[in-house]
Design a protein around this ligand. Structure first.
Ligand code: S3P
Length: 175
């Protein structure tokens, strides 16, 4: 059995947590979510961290958490959508895991995040424009990290999970 980690990257609302949980269950591996881990370690939610420490403060915490979590072996990790912005994080992810980019069209993300209050970057008058900017800025970074990419806009989560598992098992010679 392999102990290579699976790391999920992609914009907010692309399905990292949902897919990550299902992958972990299928592989009988523990599931981690870097945002959740930050909330547990600080005792406050992500919007509160943005409010008091700004985005940079949040990114510092995120970097420390990614550094810590990527030292674990045999885990599935869902990262925050902006985790790939820092080179240190990209190196930590690429260094010891199978990186899957969950790609999702902006309109689909908008539908999924319409009632969301937990994503400070979407607290704007024009979330669509914001998401388009984020995608434009981040797409090359997501692609530069990814071992595999899959579209989560149309496919059912079950299908996404089984496609990722097929690829992962092939690459890892995993039965
Ligand atoms: C962010 C995405 C969020 C969270 C924070 C910043 C981003 O995570 O880390 O609000 O920069 O895209 P999700 O992708 O899990 O929503």
């Amino acid at each position: 059995m392999t102990s290579e980690n699976i790391y999920l990257i992609g914009l907010m609302g692309a399905g990292k947590t949902t897919i990550g949980r299902q992958l972990a269950k299928a592989l009988k591996l523990p599931f981690y979510d870097s945002d959740k881990a930050i909330e547990e370690s600080t005792g406050v939610d992500i919007p509160t961290i943005f409010e008091f420490e700004g985005e940079e403060g949040f990114r510092d915490r995120e970097q420390k958490m990614i550094q810590k979590l990527t030292q674990l072996q045999g885990i599935v990790l869902a990262t925050g959508g902006g985790a790939i912005l820092r080179e240190e994080n990209r190196n930590s992810l690429k260094g010891n895991g199978y990186v899957v980019y969950l790609q999702c069209p902006v309109d689909r993300i908008l539908e999924r995040t319409r009632r969301d209050t937990q994503r400070p970057l979407l607290r704007t008058d024009n979330p669509k424009e914001r998401l388009q900017q984020l995608l434009e800025q981040r797409q090359p970074l997501y692609l530069s990290c990814a071992d595999f990419k899959i579209d989560t806009g149309v496919l059912k989560s079950k299908t996404v999970v089984s496609r990722i598992l097929e690829e992962y098992k092939e690459v890892n010679h995993y039965e």
